[in-house]
Design a binder for this molecule. Structure first.
Ligand code: ATP
Ligand code: MG
Length: 224
């Protein structure tokens, strides 16, 4: 399989405090990669580097062969808007938009008209069993439902890769495994790769490839 995202020797610090040390990772088209590790080990920091949200101090992240550090602001914004999807660890849906509008957001940001964008969002919501909640606002759905909506939103524009930071973090294990199954099922069916950050070994077990992170050091699973 061909590689779409490759990180080579990535370092990140906050001031003098190192958070990611010499990380190497590669993701192929449609591959699901899990990163586990304790709180504070640097998982979110690494994810932000891989997505070009935080600039790396040393090393490179290449997406489809191009180093993120060589792209200008417009190019990196376009990539994040069109080719990447995100499920954030905190702060999910916009409270003033309906579930359907929240889900359609990546398409609207990419310039799609409202009608087709909402129609596409409706289909993904339907697929994730959320069709009936379309018109509701985030304050009117449960925690599990809102995580499903965040998952729908991350996939709606058929990105090449989704960066998912604890996408089932606030759910009990039964709900976490149901949401994860839907998430990975939909990603796999549309050929979207996923980098899945989780502290839950049962979640990581669903991935094709696993890494662990400890004190900023990323290791392939089994050698940590
Ligand atoms: N903006 C920041 N400024 C300074 N230090 C930070 C910042 N963000 C994270 N850190 C520190 O960097 C280290 C790694 O944090 P990070 O959020 O990447 O961990 P994590 O593995 O995602 O943890 P969790 O599982 O709790 O989400 C921690 O020591 C954290 O305190
Ligand atoms: Mg984190």
């Amino acid at each position: 399989m061909s590689e779409i995202l490759v990180a080579t020797g990535v370092d990140l610090s906050y001031g003098n405090q190192p958070a990611v040390l010499d990380a190497h990772l590669s993701v192929s088209v449609g591959e699901v990669v899990a990163i586990t590790g304790q709180s504070g080990s640097g998982k979110s920091s690494l994810l932000y580097c891989l997505a070009g949200v935080l600039p790396v101090k040393r090393g490179h992240v290449r997406f489809e062969g191009r180093a993120l550090g060589d792209l200008d602001d417009d190019e990196i914004s376009a990539l994040r808007r069109e080719r990447f999807g995100f499920v954030f660890q905190y702060g999910e849906l916009l409270p003033e938009l309906t579930v359907e509008e929240n889900t359609a957001l990546p398409l609207r940001l990419a310039g799609q008209r409202k009608g087709p964008a909402l129609a596409a969002a409706g289909k993904v919501l339907e697929r994730l069993g959320l069709g009936e909640l379309r018109e509701r606002r985030p304050g009117q759905v449960s925690g599990g439902q809102s995580q499903r909506v965040a998952v729908a939103r991350s996939l709606v524009h058929r990105p090449a890769i989704v960066f998912a930071d604890e996408p089932t973090g606030s759910l009990d294990s039964a709900n976490a495994s149901a949401v994860l199954k839907e998430f990975l099922g939909l990603a796999r069916s549309q050929g979207t790769a996923v980098i899945l950050v989780t502290h839950d070994p049962a979640v990581a077990a669903q991935a094709d490839t696993r890494y662990t992170m400890a004190d900023g050091v990323l290791s392939p699973r089994g050698t940590a």
